[in-house]
Design a protein. Structure first.
Length: 136
């Protein structure tokens, strides 16, 4: 694992992104488009995790914000072949979120000199936020 000295060294960070999502907007999308929205936007792992939560729409909103933040950290957004499912958030054994990058997004991250993407997510009843950092 990368320590703080290495991360903070010149050139240690190669991309940063942030996003804020309205929880109500994501809830409305879930209501209106249901499985079509879920299957187009989220990975199976994300759906399995969020669907078990009492306020699932809050957890989906946090992951939606994370996907946007990760795409911004790449510097591409959802262009240049990067898809929503190339970027996901999974929970480790301690309950902490971690970024999963695959497909075209991983290719772009590696071409930037990045080897790892870190993600932090948070949510309230109204908003979900996320920050993503790509490090060498």
């Amino acid at each position: 694992m990368m320590d703080m000295k290495e991360l903070c060294a010149p050139g240690g960070i190669v991309g940063v992104g942030t996003d804020l999502a309205e929880v109500e907007r994501v809830r409305a999308m879930l209501e209106k488009y249901s499985d079509a929205f879920l299957n187009r936007t989220f990975t199976r792992s994300e759906i399995d995790y969020c669907s078990k939560k009492a306020l699932a729409h809050m957890h989906y909103a946090a992951r939606f914000a994370a996907k946007e933040a990760m795409a911004k950290a790449l510097g591409t957004g959802f262009a240049d072949g990067v898809s929503l499912k190339d970027l996901s958030v999974e929970i480790d054994e301690k309950g902490a979120p971690h970024a999963v990058v695959c497909g075209r997004a991983k290719e772009i991250m590696e071409s930037m000199g990045g080897s790892k993407m870190l993600v932090s997510i948070s949510h309230t009843k109204q908003f979900a936020s996320a920050v993503a950092v790509i490090s060498r």
